[in-house]
Write a protein that binds this ligand. Structure first.
Ligand SMILES: Cc1ncc(COP(=O)(O)O)c(C=O)c1O
Length: 398
């Protein structure tokens, strides 16, 4: 069903390389798969903009179903930009005290926009309250609960973000906010990275897969219970909860089962970068690609491509490199990996000719957009549009 090498060759004929390609049909099928995980839950899905970074694709995703509602943004300045692009219901999920960004958010809220901010520290609340008061509005804030799994022995399995580990701490910060003009707590977010962002069937470090599955199995009930108690703590503190957000692509199935969660978040699953191939029971399919030009035949059984060093963020490792996708049978040369301007690949079988495209998949969904000004959009196996990424719009937020 997905695009084969012949399709790519036809679509890319006469186009300059490197070229990034998004298969809109595959993206729509992924959207349908993610939407089906919500079925009957009464919950909505907030699209994580960081995993897309492309206005045209964000619009298409939100139009997919009424159950997809709102965007999870990554900075206040990005939220202000997206508002200017016609989006609303924006949740900035990462705290920032950037004054200009907060001012832009507060002014947008004063004009009627819905933009909410994230806090886990009195310093965040103070900065938001200042911006709110200066614009004559009350800024709505969610508190982030740390969802890491902490087995005995001092381990912290999850991300290092919020220091609010216990539900009581969340209640306490909410009470503190009540003493501030210009800010109001209206919700809770908890991102269970050790479930949502942990591939558990990865070929890059197979031996650890059973341990990763065990972490997920053990932490899922804990996550649910901790989130439930945090919701109770906020209610006890007199907070009227507008939203309780949780999850990511890799944890939708478990997060939607929590009754107190009102919405889940997903982004990566729409484009399915190659890191999302390595989740057990994942049925997602690749929808984003980039093509490099074969520019040299340096030795028997090797071609060299022009460009390609688009290494992804996160714990360094071979899994962070783009995956040679098509034609089949290509592999990195370990001494070089994905190079700044030259990427050699070992070839099993016939070598693609000089000038032919090699198709790769990025390890992560949103970072590809930072490498290209535009995506070539494909539907029905044909190019249908070329639309700018954030970068193509002259925007770079992080
Ligand atoms: C707060 C938060 N929610 C949700 C997600 C999930 O995003 P995705 O579906 O792209 O993995 C992330 C990813 O890092 C996140 O930071």
């Amino acid at each position: 069903m997905g695009l084969g090498y012949r399709d790519f060759r036809r679509i890319l004929e006469g186009r300059a390389l490197p070229c990034a390609v998004v298969d809109l049909d595959a993206m729509a099928r992924n959207a349908a798969r993610l939407a089906s995980t919500l079925a009957g839950s009464g919950k909505t899905l907030r699209v994580a903009s960081k995993s897309v970074r492309h206005v045209g694709l964000l619009r298409r995703l939100l139009a997919h179903t009424d159950a997809f509602r709102g965007l999870m943004c990554f900075t206040p300045a990005e939220a202000a930009f997206l508002l200017g692009e016609g989006f609303d219901d924006l949740l900035v999920a990462y705290p920032s005290v950037d004054r200009a960004g907060l001012e832009a958010v507060a002014q947008a809220v004063a004009r009627g926009a819905t933009i909410r901010l994230m806090a886990d520290d009195p310093a965040h609340l103070a900065a938001y309250a200042d911006a709110g008061r200066a614009a004559g509005v009350t800024l709505e804030v969610l508190l982030e609960l740390d969802m890491a799994y902490r087995p005995p022995g001092g381990l912290h399995l999850g991300v290092l973000r919020s220091p609010l580990r216990e539900p009581a701490q969340v209640g306490e910060l909410a009470r503190r906010a009540q003493g501030l003009d210009g800010v109001r707590v209206v919700g809770l977010m908890g991102y269970e990275a050790q479930v949502a962002g942990l591939p558990d069937e990865t070929p890059f470090s197979r031996a650890l897969n059973p341990a990763r599955r065990a972490i997920k199995r053990l932490s899922i009930p804990q996550i649910a219970e901790r989130r439930r108690r945090a919701v109770a703590a906020l209610e006890e503190a007199g907070v009227e909860l507008a939203l309780v957000n949780g999850g990511g692509t890799g944890s939708l199935a478990s997060t939607v089962t929590e009754p107190w969660v009102t919405e889940v978040t997903a982004g990566s699953g729409f484009l399915c970068p190659h890191l999302f191939d390595y989740y057990r029971r994942s049925a997602l399919e690749p929808a984003a690609f980039f093509a490099l030009e074969v520019c040299r035949w340096p030795t028997e059984g090797v071609v060299t491509c022009l460009g390609g060093g688009y290494v992804a963020s996160g714990e360094p490792g071979w899994d962070r490199l783009p995956l040679p996708h098509l034609p089949e049978g290509l592999a990195y040369v370990s001494a070089e990996g994905a190079g700044e301007v030259q990427t050699p690949l070992r070839v099993r079988g016939e070598r693609p000719a000089i000038g032919a495209p090699v198709i790769f998949r990025h390890a992560k969904a949103g970072e590809l957009a930072e490498r290209f000004d535009a995506y070539l959009l494909v539907s029905g196996g044909e190019a249908v549009a070329v639309e700018p990424t954030y970068r193509g719009q002259g925007r770079c937020f992080l």
